[in-house]
Design a protein around this ligand. Structure first.
Ligand code: MG
Length: 384
């Protein structure tokens, strides 16, 4: 099946930061995807969590399985809308590369540590990972991804930061849209986490079926499953409900996006960027239902006292690691000390440069590495 005229395509790509010859048997976006899969940051996603700490249990989602679920959902929708599936997959697999250990708590804690040094934001960090931090290729820093993949990874950005980043962030200054594939991954991300957090929350006993039956999106699927299979064991019942919720959201997204694309009359990828509104989105009805579910998860799951206890411990680990390394950089592994050494000559603000390198080190840690590193620094019995 051919791509839609508004899909991203190799021949209209804005290219890579460092020029390279085209791959022989792959598209440019396949190459992007492949570079992401082979990166160190991608492998670390296996031991990073979103809501639950990794060692809590083997069945919970990690950032790796989350990213694969996002890619699965996004690719299905991309194929239905005849968008570029390879680019969609690349953005989906890379979208969380910049996350700190311990999910959003980790990011908030690191952001607080970095408040005098330009702050910390996981989206910007994802871009930093693919543009600079991956050290793998002889001829360029980072993964040298296409403009379109980088545009998709950079989901939010302040205008101040956008001025520093330049080209790939210009839409945050001009108030334009990203390409359709980027818009799509953003929503696939939401579909994935809203549903798997319900699943993990139930499994962990942090939320109850009865609470969820107050939420329309869940209740409708619950009623249908009860009617069809009244005697189903709980695990199967939950999966039957969740697969229907995902399906409901995906079908709505496809059908409503078809309508939006037609209404906007877009004919090229650049006309998608110039359109007044996003061209990929839910219907009004589903949007408010998804919002209701999101609010419920925020109040009942993400703020559950047991989640908050884990969050507090995680925040302390991040904060103490940061303060300790800032206080004495000689405690850092040698390769980070070398980078900090270079700050003295290169940057006009050595302290900001040092803080950023320490933030890169901490952000790159997996949950279990951060816990182990904290032990090595703070627990006398633990070998250093
Ligand atoms: Mg995500």
């Amino acid at each position: 099946m051919s791509l839609a005229s508004y899909a991203a395509s190799d021949d209209q790509s804005r290219g890579r930061r460092y020029q390279e010859s085209s791959p022989s048997y792959r598209s440019e976006y396949q190459r992007d995807r492949d570079r992401i899969v082979h990166s160190a940051a991608f492998r670390r996603l296996e031991y990073k969590t979103q809501v639950f700490v990794n060692h809590e249990g083997d069945l919970f989602r990690t950032r790796l399985t989350h990213s694969i679920e996002v890619a699965q959902i996004a690719r299905s929708v991309a194929r239905s809308l005849r968008l570029n599936e390879d680019l969609t997959e690349a953005i989906a697999l890379a979208h969380d590369l910049g996350h700190t250990p311990f999910g959003h708590t980790g990011q908030d804690a690191l952001n607080a540590c970095m408040k005098d040094y330009g702050g910390f934001e996981h989206n910007l960090q994802s871009l930093r990972v693919v543009d600079e931090l991956e050290e793998r290729y002889a001829e360029f820093p980072g993964l040298n991804l296409t403009f379109e993949a980088r545009e998709g990874i950079l989901k939010h950005c302040s205008t101040k930061m956008a001025r520093e980043i330049g080209d790939v962030a210009s839409r945050f200054i001009n108030k334009t849209q990203p390409g359709a594939e980027a818009q799509l991954v953003n929503l696939a991300d939401e579909i994935a986490y809203n549903n798997h957090d319900v699943d993990d929350g139930l499994r962990y006993g942090l939320i109850e079926l009865d609470q969820l039956r107050e939420i329309q999106l869940f209740a409708e699927q619950y009623d249908e499953v009860q009617k069809l299979y009244p005697d189903l064991v709980p695990r199967r019942r939950i999966h039957e409900i969740i697969r229907r919720m995902i399906n409901r959201m995906v079908v709505d997204l496809v059908e409503n996006s078809q309508r939006l694309l037609a209404e906007a009359g877009v004919t090229t990828a650049d006309s998608v960027r110039a359109a007044a509104q996003p061209v990929i989105g839910y219907s009004e009805e589903l949007r408010s239902q998804a919002l209701e579910l999101k609010r419920f998860l925020r109040s009942s799951l993400y703020n559950h006292y047991r989640v908050r206890r884990m969050s507090r411990k995680s925040a302390l680990i991040i904060q103490q690691l940061f303060e300790t390394f800032m206080g004495d950089v000689r405690l850092l592994p040698p390769q980070y000390q070398e980078k900090i050494e270079a700050c003295k000559e290169a940057a006009d603000e050595p302290e900001t440069c040092r803080a950023r390198i320490i933030a890169d080190y901490i952000a790159g840690m997996t949950d279990r590495y951060a816990i182990a590193e904290h032990r090595r620094l703070f627990t006398p019995e633990t070998p250093v």
